[in-house]
Design a protein around this ligand. Sequence first.
Ligand SMILES: *[C@@H]1O[C@H](CO)[C@@H](O)[C@H](O)[C@H]1NC(C)=O
Ligand SMILES: *[C@@H]1O[C@H](CO)[C@@H](O)[C@H](O)[C@H]1NC(C)=O
Ligand SMILES: *[C@@H]1O[C@H](CO)[C@@H](O)[C@H](O)[C@H]1NC(C)=O
Ligand SMILES: *[C@@H]1O[C@H](CO)[C@@H](O)[C@H](O)[C@H]1NC(C)=O
Ligand SMILES: *[C@@H]1O[C@H](CO)[C@@H](O)[C@H](O)[C@H]1NC(C)=O
Ligand SMILES: *[C@@H]1O[C@H](CO)[C@@H](O)[C@H](O)[C@H]1NC(C)=O
Ligand SMILES: *[C@@H]1O[C@H](CO)[C@@H](O)[C@H](O)[C@H]1NC(C)=O
Ligand SMILES: *[C@@H]1O[C@H](CO)[C@@H](O)[C@H](O)[C@H]1NC(C)=O
Length: 370
Amino acid sequence: MILQSILSILVLLCILQNAQSLTRPLVIGHRGTAYLPELTLSTQSMAYAYGADIIEIDVCLSRDNQLIVIHDIYLNGVSNVADIFPNRNRSNGLHYVIDFDLEELRRLNIHERVIPLNGTQVFPLRFSANANIPFRLSTLNETIELLLGLNRATKRQRQLLIEIKKPEYHLQYNKSISSIVLATLNAYNLTQSTDPVIIQTFHIEELIYIRQVLQSNLRLFALMTLNQVNESSSNYDYYRSEEGIKSLSKIVQGLAPYYEFVVNYDSNGTVLGITNFTKWAHQYGLAVYPFTFRQDYFPGKNFEQLIDFFWHTVQVDGFITDHPDIVLQYLHKEMVLPQLNDIYQNLSPNLCSSSILFLFTSIIISKIFI
Ligand SMILES: *[C@@H]1O[C@H](CO)[C@@H](O)[C@H](O)[C@H]1NC(C)=O
Ligand SMILES: *[C@@H]1O[C@H](CO)[C@@H](O)[C@H](O)[C@H]1NC(C)=O
Ligand SMILES: *[C@@H]1O[C@H](CO)[C@@H](O)[C@H](O)[C@H]1NC(C)=O
Ligand SMILES: *[C@@H]1O[C@H](CO)[C@@H](O)[C@H](O)[C@H]1NC(C)=O
Ligand SMILES: *[C@@H]1O[C@H](CO)[C@@H](O)[C@H](O)[C@H]1NC(C)=O
Ligand SMILES: *[C@@H]1O[C@H](CO)[C@@H](O)[C@H](O)[C@H]1NC(C)=O
Ligand SMILES: *[C@@H]1O[C@H](CO)[C@@H](O)[C@H](O)[C@H]1NC(C)=O
Ligand SMILES: *[C@@H]1O[C@H](CO)[C@@H](O)[C@H](O)[C@H]1NC(C)=O
């Protein structure tokens, strides 16, 4: 009886072990989803409804120090600011968030992303940039209240990943954007690593400042991209080396690299191999969440194969994606328990099968002789 119970447990464990996986990577809705104008409360709600584990947003400061949920430090790519405030551009033609008060920003309509000062839609097949719908900018407060409200109403525990945009730029205006983000989170009692918010930024030294000087206990992710993109003054060639990753492991919980830091491609999007980035990150206890997986813009020909490669071969811990629904659908499909046939075929020389065989023999022997 005891042996039989042990056998059953072992068989069950083997089935589970041979299933693709019991856990799946996290799915992070990048600026919400691809389906509605980025970062609006509408697209964030959509990401939530699709089941994204985490919703990723960006924040910049207004002139009156309010945290505005917007990706660029200027307004032109996603709003009608040039129509509403025709004379408030700078010499390069752009209207900067930091030159406006919240009350003014509230008057803008938000639309699908276009090339600034040009008007061509960046992703032509997405929601029409010409739709006459008064989408609005939201504040960090509103976004936090949306997430907490949805968590409460659905009894779920989803999370917000807040990207602090360009701390160095804000400092030129004597604004410590990180201090204001932490103060805002503090007002919502969001201060601990177990709370459903995570902070990330490209400026790696700012993360060190947040941890060591501002003494935040929140989870922190380090964003990394090519130095030439000029997201910050941080040297990503160092931070993506083994030594850099090791030093970051004392500060942050996760790394959010440009996906070409973890996989090498040729110019046609064919995978050439994986880098040591993920291996080193895991070695030093850090999770890896590459960006940005877009079903309408990716290297190679098959989006599902790309997701599969990053999941099973690169072994990332999550996907930062404009298409959380499509990534989740694929992950769930792959997580269905395999057929028994597959399991028996897989029961080759592993520990699992030998221990079952041993117990099986023991049971037969005990039935015969006892
Ligand atoms: C700024 O906006 C005004 C009014 O729309 C326009 O005439 C001017 O050309 C713009 N400046 C630049 C540098 O684009
Ligand atoms: C806008 O940009 C697109 C793509 O770069 C270009 O083809 C087009 O000529 C530009 N239009 C204007 C009005 O500048
Ligand atoms: C920022 O503060 C410094 C020192 O207090 C001052 O010299 C500078 O003018 C300020 N800059 C801005 C943009 O307010
Ligand atoms: C956001 O919340 C903080 C803390 O409660 C508050 O100080 C601030 O005025 C709020 N901002 C807006 C725009 O509601
Ligand atoms: C903040 O959270 C802590 C622990 O989660 C709880 O003990 C405390 O009562 C909360 N405070 C407020 C003001 O909600
Ligand atoms: C890089 O960004 C910083 C801050 O936004 C800016 O001051 C600097 O001019 C930029 N450098 C280049 C080469 O674009
Ligand atoms: C990419 O594809 C084109 C057309 O099929 C081919 O001519 C080219 O050699 C390929 N490039 C690489 C790097 O494989
Ligand atoms: C990656 O790791 C392998 C094996 O640990 C090592 O041989 C190789 O030199 C590493 N690559 C780089 C670029 O450090």
